[in-house]
Ligand binder design. Structure first.
Ligand code: HEM
Length: 415
């Protein structure tokens, strides 16, 4: 059955290419055919809308243009023999409906679980009760992790199990996430398995993937944008210097965690610049959901049970109707209110940290860590972009730069 489908698809693709090159392209001209196919993204027999991808030569830019034209939502029809049909939406009203107001009807689904089976049954990959148990532990453990500084997640499972761990935290020390998971109270979280090495491995792998690649990607894009916008860099330097406590500038005493947090909280413009970088280059560039029961979205589109909904967050940050005509510009001012504070943007519009009950639990830790890293770098180094490099995204699960970011770092000896 599958081989017949493939054969028919090959014939159709072949016919389409003949038709495209020898009839339409020759007679109608390239621009006309491109415009026509973009406008209608024809649903071809057998092939669905797959041929449209051939004429979307500008890749993601064409897709962005097309989704805006379609009022932020459209149904992509894949070839009939595949399960590629998907509703693509970046409509904030739909996002709010899917991620928050009708959250219980929209799950990640079994396909997602299969694709990311490397994470096993850890929080990132689960739905329903198991997810709820993990989410609850996440929040209680997170406050512990935030306090802990500099402890690496080495594989100390056996060490902790046989020798126990320092339960006495009266000295202010707290334990790391691995230890906390090993010691989970199973009467409270009955679906979790702290005695199972696989559960611990999946959990720690998830936290490393969730926290490490996202932060490094966000910082790379931030510096890529910053170094191309000298006026933003100058404003951030000014903000850092104006707010730096006197004791810190003269290196009289080390930072306490409280000093550091209070200081970082004052860096409003830097906060806005980081959000702006993640609006344009969200480290997690898309979300995928599947309805348990059929439903109608606020945009009026009907979704069947088990169908696929894709939310391309990268595209959402580029929609004129959502962010305005200057949407493609890097403008930290967008995030600053008239009184100089931070302007709140709802998470169903700024989806970099997800929205609703599945909002990233590491959001505040991530923002604080990134701000601290940026301040340290900018205070101690002159950072310059190496000219002539191509800066472009590599569309993956995490939106890294295709060739990395090449910069020179020169130590500032005066600091
Ligand atoms: C710039 C940094 C970060 C960004 C942009 C980010 C973004 C996200 C996004 C979009 C999701 C939803 C993923 C999905 O459901 O498919 C998520 C979930 C998650 N993030 Fe983050 N994250 C960041 C940093 C962190 C950090 C530092 C941690 C912890 C160490 C963390 C832990 C998690 C966890 C555990 C989940 C799963 C939550 C759940 O499914 O309920 N993240 N994050």
């Amino acid at each position: 059955m599958a081989s017949i489908g493939l054969f028919e698809a090959s014939i159709s693709l072949f016919c389409f290419l003949i038709f495209y090159y020898f009839f339409i392209k020759k007679n109608c001209g390239y621009l006309l055919i491109k415009k026509t196919l973009q406008s209608y993204a024809w649903n071809w027999p057998v092939l669905g809308m797959l041929p449209a991808l051939f004429v979307w030569h500008n890749g993601i830019d064409d897709i962005i243009w097309f989704i805006e034209k379609k009022n932020l939502t459209f149904l992509f029809k894949g070839p009939w023999f595949t399960r590629m049909d998907a509703l693509i939406t970046v409509d904030p009203a739909n996002i709010h409906h899917i991620f928050s107001s009708n959250f219980s009807n929209y799950i990640k689904g079994s396909d997602f679980n299969e694709i990311f089976d490397v994470f096993g049954d850890a929080i990132f990959n689960t739905d329903s009760e198991l997810w709820k148990n993990q989410r609850m532990t996440c929040f209680s453990l997170f406050s512990i992790a935030i306090q802990r500084k500099g402890q690496s997640w080495t594989c100390r499972i056996e060490e902790i199990r046989s020798q126990g761990f320092d339960h006495d935290h009266s000295n202010g020390e707290s334990e790391d996430l691995l230890t906390s998971h090993i010691k989970l109270d199973t009467s409270k979280y009955e679906l979790l398995k702290p005695n199972d090495d696989k559960f611990l491995r999946d959990t720690i792998l998830t936290f490393i993937a969730a926290g490490r690649d996202t932060i490094s990607t966000a910082l790379t894009w931030f510096f890529g944008l910053l170094l191309k916008h000298p006026y933003v860099e100058a404003k951030i330097h000014q903000e850092i210097n104006t707010n730096l406590p006197k004791s810190r500038s003269s290196q009289e005493r080390p930072w306490s965690a409280i000093d550091r947090k209070a200081y970082l909280n004052k860096l409003v413009y830097l906060h806005g610049a980081l959000c702006e970088a993640m609006r344009l280059y969200p480290p997690v560039p898309f979300q995928r959901k599947s309805p348990i029961k059929s439903d109608v979205l606020p945009s009026g589109h009907k979704v069947d049970a088990n169908s696929i909904i894709i939310i391309p967050i990268y595209v959402l940050g580029r929609m004129r109707s959502v962010w305005g005509d200057d949407t493609l510009e890097f403008k930290p001012e967008r995030w600053i209110s008239e009184t100089g504070g931070l302007r709140h943007e709802p998470s169903f519009k700024f989806l970099a940290f997800n929205s609703g009950p599945r909002t990233c639990p590491g959001k505040h830790l991530a923002m604080t860590s990134m701000k601290a890293i940026i301040v340290e770098i900018l205070q101690h180094y002159d950072v310059k972009l190496i000219e002539g490099q191509k800066i472009e995204p590599k569309p993956r699960l995490v939106l890294q730069m295709n060739h990395g970011l090449r910069v020179t770092l020169t130590k500032k000896y005066s600091s």
